[in-house]
Design a binder for this molecule. Structure first.
Ligand code: IDP
Ligand code: MG
Length: 137
């Protein structure tokens, strides 16, 4: 059993597809262990995406992630980290496989509907970034 962090990004929230995205998780064996809607500050987004600080798209990413509320979710299930990445599809929605969340709900590499932890170690850190122990159940 693993836990991983998913974020429905501002584009997904604005489009009104929170329920449709969560349905993808629940229909594929991932349980919602924690959930909340959050307006990230620039400080929050810079800290969360700290690993990308040196990348050319960092400022745009921070701007986008603070452009509206996001929904932060802890998903739990067997092989949850990889399973969530598979359900999400490629970072660039134009390259994402048919039937993945990004293929179906995302417009561009910036506005790509969802975030998902890329490994178990980062999942732990990202979950701790957003949730206290008592919020995860
Ligand atoms: P991931 O979200 O699929 O794990 P990462 O490489 O970790 O992709 O990048 C984090 C986020 O940064 C992406 O989801 C996307 O929103 C943004 N991003 C990544 N590469 C680019 C790019 O080349 N241009 C603009 N935004 C990018
Ligand atoms: Mg990533």
């Amino acid at each position: 059993m693993q836990q991983t962090l998913s974020i429905i990004k501002p584009d997904g929230v604005k489009k009104g597809v929170i329920g449709k995205i969560i349905d993808r998780f629940e229909s594929n064996g991932l349980r919602v262990a924690a959930i909340k809607k959050v307006q990230l500050s620039s400080f929050d987004a810079q800290a969360f995406y700290g690993v990308h600080q040196q990348r050319s798209f960092f400022n745009d990413l921070v701007k986008f992630m603070t452009s509206g509320p996001v929904v932060v979710i802890v998903l739990e299930g067997e092989n949850a980290v990889l399973k969530n990445r598979e359900l999400m599809g490629s970072t660039n929605p134009k390259e994402a496989k048919t039937g993945t969340i990004r293929a179906d709900f995302a417009e561009s590499i910036d506005a790509n509907a969802v975030h998902g932890s890329d490994c178990l170690e980062n999942a732990k850190m990202e979950i701790e970034f957003f949730f206290s122990k008592r919020e995860i159940c």
